[in-house]
Design a protein around this ligand. Structure first.
Ligand code: MLT
Ligand code: MN
Ligand code: ZN
Length: 310
């Protein structure tokens, strides 16, 4: 299996347009050892030329152009055979509205995420210009699905959706008078298996906690991508950037006694990668103490353009 990181930052990217935090200022000024990053999205492929996108970031156009494997090979063509969504947050779905040039799309998502994106969304009409423009393939929790293109061509990969603590996207929080009950289909992790080799990627870019189901889903993976949004729970308020703590946003911090680094100690995966890294996170700095601690525990921090061959 080939894995190509198209974007590795959390929503807003790095640096973020309206952010003057020390990381964002230092990245702009070139005074920090910290590479700019676009918003999280990853492409995966078995041995063929077709790619599956995991999430559709607002920077999808630039991300496609950045990687030759995703370039068209005919006057009207895309090697992207399907897109899998892990939740309905705008940093994961806005890109769908940027691939509207009358190209058939195959989208894998839970029914909940499909509804959240399509219902009461007039902009979605731009993807409904002809009946077969979008084919939704529902992901059911705990059921493995073959990933196939619009014409049913197998990709050589399958996916299983795993419920992960998370929350509805911010733009849907008002539904049911702000009392929209959380649903296990709001946020999922992906277990992607290559049919020919049995190799497994566990892709969990947003996780509010490590439940027994999450732990089990990661246990046999050869490669794990995990939520690297925040290093600490009060990272935003501590920098004067609002009141939201990591827990309010359903992101388990990486550091600390209760963080994911400690909770996921002992994973067998040879490759362990933090992704969806927020611009405030000290992990973005190549020479930070937090980065050293993370790398000493066998994890790496994703960067745009990173490739893994499993
Ligand atoms: C998140 O990861 O929590 C969301 O992307 C936040 C947001 O939508 O701004
Ligand atoms: Mn996000
Ligand atoms: Zn910032």
């Amino acid at each position: 299996m080939r894995i190509r990181v198209l974007g590795s930052a959390a929503g807003g990217g790095f640096p973020q347009w309206n952010c003057g935090c020390p990381n964002c200022r230092g990245a702009r000024a070139g005074t920090l050892r910290a590479a700019p990053r676009t918003q999280e999205s990853v492409a995966v492929a078995a041995d063929g030329d077709d790619w599956i996108l995991l999430n559709a970031s607002p920077e999808i156009r630039q991300q496609i152009e950045s990687f030759e494997g995703l370039h068209p090979r005919a006057p009207r063509h895309s090697p992207i055979s399907a897109i899998v969504l892990t939740n309905g947050d705008l940093d994961h779905v806005l890109g769908l509205l940027s691939v509207r040039e009358s190209h058939p799309l195959v989208l894998y998502a839970t029914e909940r995420v499909r509804q959240g994106f399509t219902e009461d969304n007039v902009l979605y009409r731009t993807l409904q210009r002809f009946p077969e423009q979008v084919t939704w393939r529902p992901l059911k929790l705990g059921r493995e699905e073959a990933l196939t293109s619009g014409d049913g061509r197998p990709s050589g990969l399958s996916v299983e959706a795993v419920p992960v603590p998370g929350k509805a996207p911010i733009h849907l929080e008002h539904r049911a008078g702000g009392r929209l009950a959380p649903d296990p289909e709001d946020n999922i992790g992906l277990r992607i298996r290559e049919t020919a080799t049995g190799r497994r990627l566990a892709y969990f870019p947003a996780a509010g906690g490590v439940t027994p189901a999450v732990r089990e889903a990661l246990a046999d993976a050869d490669c794990v991508f995990f939520d690297g949004t925040f290093w600490s729970s009060d990272e935003l308020p501590a920098q004067g950037l609002g009141a939201k703590r990591a827990v309010d946003m359903a992101h388990l911090p990486v550091g600390g006694a209760d963080g994911s680094l400690a909770a996921l100690r002992g994973l067998r995966a040879a490759r362990r990668v933090y992704i969806h890294v927020n611009n405030t996170n000290p992990l973005l700095r190549d020479d930070s103490a937090e980065r050293k601690e993370t790398e000493a525990a066998g994890w790496v921090v994703a960067w745009d353009g990173m490739e893994i061959a499993l």
